[in-house]
Design a protein around this ligand. Structure first.
Ligand SMILES: Nc1ncnc2c1ncn2[C@@H]1O[C@H](COP(=O)(O)OP(=O)(O)O)[C@@H](O)[C@H]1O
Ligand SMILES: [Mg+2]
Length: 226
């Protein structure tokens, strides 16, 4: 299996005068079509690691290779394009745009690609249908429950047909039932669309390969469940 993400000797240091090192010599590969959970105590560096994987943040040293492209010296606009094409993001706080309806929120990441509008709209409808949201597509996102809002965010993350989805505590604000829904949807999306997942999560939702991080170091990587 080819890797969709490779991290090579990644270090992250914040601060200039007072430096604090957050990540230490991270070497990690994420395989195409795999499910990976990242676990670790609060403050251990999970979000920093995920943001670096998603090229939202740059490492202080080391390399990040996305779908075969080394991002180290990539120009900003090229990096933005690669990120938008290859990676879908799901956050704990869904960051839906409150002044837009469900359908337009799902379409948002597709706006900077030059794809056929008709195809994108068809895809949005298919995703909303899969996520049980089709009948809500004209609703304002504020009129949905927390679980429904997170499903809108999942549809949005899939609109550009990404190879990778990065999810940072995606169920952190959901009740048990909605959380289970979200994890079942992830498994279904992984199976049907072949998307690789990296999910920062709590132990109760462990899925696939487990990457344990402690004080900015990878402590353990369990073998893939497949
Ligand atoms: N922009 C930043 N500047 C300085 N320190 C930061 C910044 N972002 C995160 N940190 C620090 O890095 C450490 C790891 O944070 P984070 O990656 O958010 O951990 P986690 O997601 O595992 O809770 C924490 O000590 C946090 O305070
Ligand atoms: Mg975090």
């Amino acid at each position: 299996m080819p890797n969709v993400i490779e991290l090579k000797d990644v270090n992250k240091i914040y601060g200039t005068r007072v430096k604090s090192q957050i990540l230490y010599d991270i070497n990690l590969e994420i395989e195409e079509n795999s499910i990976n959970s990242v676990v670790g105590a609060s403050g251990s560096g999970k979000t920093t690691l995920l943001n670096i994987m998603g090229t939202l943040d740059r490492p202080t040293s080391g390399e990040v290779i996305i779908d075969g492209s080394n991002t180290k010296n990539m120009a900003q606009h090229k990096l933005a394009k690669l990120r938008n094409q290859a990676i879908g993001f799901i956050f704990q706080f869904h960051f839906l745009l409150q002044e837009f309806n469900v359908f337009d929120n799902v379409l948002m990441p597709s706006k900077i690609q030059r794809n056929s509008r008709t195809e994108v709209k068809e895809r949005a409808n298919r995703l909303l249908d899969m996520l049980g949201l089709y009948k809500y597509r004209q609703y304002n996102v504020l009129d949905l429950s927390g679980g429904q809002q997170q499903r809108v965010a999942i549809a949005r993350s899939l609109i550009n047909n990404p190879k990778i989805i990065l999810a940072d505590e995606p169920t952190g604000n959901l009740d048990l039932h909605s959380s289970e829904d979200v994890y079942n949807i992830f498994k279904q999306v992984n199976k049907e669309y072949g998307v690789a997942f990296v999910i920062v999560t709590h132990d109760k939702h462990l899925a696939g390969r487990v990457i344990k991080i402690q004080d900015g170091e990878i402590l353990l990587v369990s073998p893939s469940a497949r």
